[in-house]
Design a binder for this molecule. Structure first.
Ligand code: ADP
Ligand code: ZN
Length: 599
């Protein structure tokens, strides 16, 4: 008799469940539907794979990306699990064979895309298949409230009426309260559980540095990452190429990745990132979904992302193996202006735009936080916690200074120029610079001209950033980023309030760099262990080439690390290593034992 416990140990080779896994499995086994909100790396896949193996009738897994499906399927087969997979990259004959492996071959799981499932023909074929369960990964795509709505996902809400006997298992790593309710409503009419597993990823360090010079800041950061593998996110295709070039010139193994590259180049770069050690992917957000590499050691954002949800998902790709990993965000005023512009230009209705602006505000609140960043992040997802001790603000708390005088200089300049100008012009007026534009508009004649003369430009930029983040002033995108005064600014101009400001942030990158060093030291191995790990990785690479799948499909880094720690010398001890199940042992166990013995 199979049980969840026997399957996780014998088939997957893991010693036990991670938090939340057993609860989801038990709910599904009892016949109830569930929406599980679990952070990246929590182990969502096992939550449905194990029940699927226990059910009589097949389970349909809806997955948005072919690459994601392929690796999942390869991983399952590697563990001796029969599974089918339909997608457009396969011939008609292959797809038929895959379908038959489910109808006649005993495969309990069938992977496909939402578009494929929701066709009339497929749905009627499904009727006779009579599935036990539908699994919907990336379930936030179902909801218009969520950050990544996909129309082809919205259609999935018909499943609950078409297949009332089947449970629904929905998974996402990001969904606020409103979005969760909406997903549960759409996918199972609210007739099921919502389980929210804590969002915290304590192994990820957090840091933010205001923009000075993008290349230079990136290189400073990279110096401390010591040849480890990571992702550098850029906003534009052009910048991925540019900064990959900057890193390559500095001696790093950096590769660009964006939707404009040919399929082959993208595939090749992704394969290298997955398989080789120490590759840095310089990418747009086109890279990441479905990247199941557990040992990404850092994620560096060259620009501010669109929302805290997006940001958390992107940094969440680091440190899935639970080992320390570093994240850092670099941002400047231009980023904010650009983001606001994206929102107002995307053609959505005004309600949607307002929500997106609010999302961005929350992210700015994170970027300009003076207290613990993790508290800001988690409270956005509805969780409270103590200061974390693993963010730049916890490690070196910023000093708050009274900046009322320069703030008044800026706010007066905004006011007297008619709230029609952007940051550069406002700063020029406040600092008394007679630029062409200043002269052209006779702004050098204003009372506000030169009132903030003694404050350097970067200081004024930081001040404006903080004033925007705190809502004291706004940036009007309808008018090309013109700065406008809010109630808070009026109070300060009227001497009814003071403007407190973080000290001009110096030393921010230094502290994120320090985190990086700590992360590296904590994972440090002895020379012997290191040399064994290298041998194990190279054997893994041989197998990975042989099967044409990424290395982690053979064994994850965590599994190799566990081998290094346990030094197994026979079958029984090898089966005790986390991630070595019976089928994998039969395939690879002896070869790895041999390497360990002769090392
Ligand atoms: P998610 O989809 O939640 O980001 P995955 O399902 O991809 O996470 O799992 C992340 C990693 O953790 C994978 O390498 C997986 O094999 C591993 N894993 C999952 N559950 C366990 C467990 N109970 N014990 C050890 N490793 C696990
Ligand atoms: Zn903190």
């Amino acid at each position: 008799m199979s049980t969840p416990e026997s399957i996780i140990q014998n088939t997957f080779g893991f010693p036990g469940f991670r938090p939340g896994q057993k609860e989801v499995i038990d709910t599904l086994v009892s016949g109830e539907s569930i929406l599980a909100v679990m952070p990246t790396g929590a182990g969502k896949s096992l939550c449905y794979q194990i029940p699927a193996l226990l059910f009589e009738r097949p389970t349909i897994v809806i997955s948005p990306l072919v690459a994601l499906m392929d690796n999942q399927v390869a991983g399952l087969r590697m563990n001796g699990i029969k599974v089918g997979c339909l997608h457009s990259g396969q011939s008609r004959e292959e797809n038929i064979a895959e379908w038959q492996s489910v109808t006649h071959g005993g495969a309990k799981l069938l992977y496909m895309s939402p578009e494929r499932l929701m066709t009339g023909r497929m749905l009627s074929a499904m009727k006779s298949l009579n599935p036990s369960m539908f699994v919907i990964d990336e379930a936030h795509c179902v909801s218009k409230w969520g950050p990544a709505f996909r129309p082809e996902y919205a259609d999935l809400q018909r499943l609950k009426d078409l297949f009332p006997q089947a449970r629904v298992a929905a998974f996402t790593a990001t969904a606020d309260e409103l979005t969760r309710q909406d997903i549960a409503d759409k996918l199972f009419g609210g007739q099921g559980r919502i389980l929210v597993q804590g969002f915290d990823r304590p192994n990820l360090s957090l840091a933010v540095s205001p923009l000075r010079n993008r290349s230079q800041q990136l290189l400073e950061f990279m110096k401390e990452t010591d040849g480890q593998s990571g992702i550098v996110y850029c906003l534009s295709r052009k910048n991925t190429e540019k900064f990959a070039g900057v890193l390559t010139a500095a001696g790093y193994k950096a590769l660009p990745y964006h939707a404009g590259l040919s399929t082959e180049t993208r595939f090749e770069n992704q394969e290298r990132f997955m398989a080789e050690d120490g590759v840095v992917m310089v990418a747009t957000i086109a890279f990441g979904m479905g990247i199941d590499k557990p040992d990404i050691r850092f994620v560096y954002h060259m620009n501010i992302p669109g929302s805290l949800e997006a940001f958390y998902q992107e940094i969440g790709r680091a440190g899935r193996d639970g080992q320390p990993a570093v994240t850092a965000l670099c941002y400047g005023l231009d980023d904010i202006r650009m983001r606001r512009q994206f929102i107002s230009e995307d053609g959505a209705d005004s309600e949607h735009q307002m929500r997106e602006h609010k999302r961005l505000d929350a992210l700015l609140g994170y970027a300009e936080a003076s207290g613990c960043r993790r508290q800001v992040l988690l409270s956005y997802f509805g969780e409270e916690q103590e200061p974390c001790g693993n963010c730049d603000n916890c490690i070196s708390p910023p000093e708050m200074i009274d900046a009322t005088q320069p703030a008044k200089a800026i706010f007066s300049a905004i006011s007297q120029t008619g709230q029609r100008f952007g940051t550069n012009h406002v700063i020029a007026v406040a600092r008394g610079e007679s630029t062409d534009r200043v002269v052209q508009f006779s702004h050098d004649k204003l009372d506000a001209f030169g009132r903030g003369e003694t404050f350097p430009k970067p200081y004024m930029q930081a001040l404006i950033r903080q004033a925007v983040a705190s809502g004291t002033i706004s940036m009007d995108i309808g008018r090309y980023g013109a700065l406008t005064l809010e109630a808070g600014a009026l109070d300060i101009l009227a001497d009814q309030a003071k403007f407190k400001c973080k000290e001009l942030a110096r030393g921010r990158t230094e502290s994120s760099a320090r985190r990086a060093r700590k992360a590296i030291e904590e994972t440090a191995l002895s020379a012997d262990e290191q040399s064994l790990l290298v041998k194990l990785k190279s054997l893994r690479m041989e197998f990975s080439r042989e099967i044409g799948k990424p290395a982690f499909v053979v064994f994850s880094d965590a599994t190799l690390m566990d081998m290094v720690a346990k030094i197994p010398s026979n079958r029984e001890e090898m089966l005790d290593v986390s991630g070595v199940g019976e089928t994998k042992f039969d395939r690879y166990g002896e070869a790895f034992l041999e390497v360990i013995k002769t090392a």
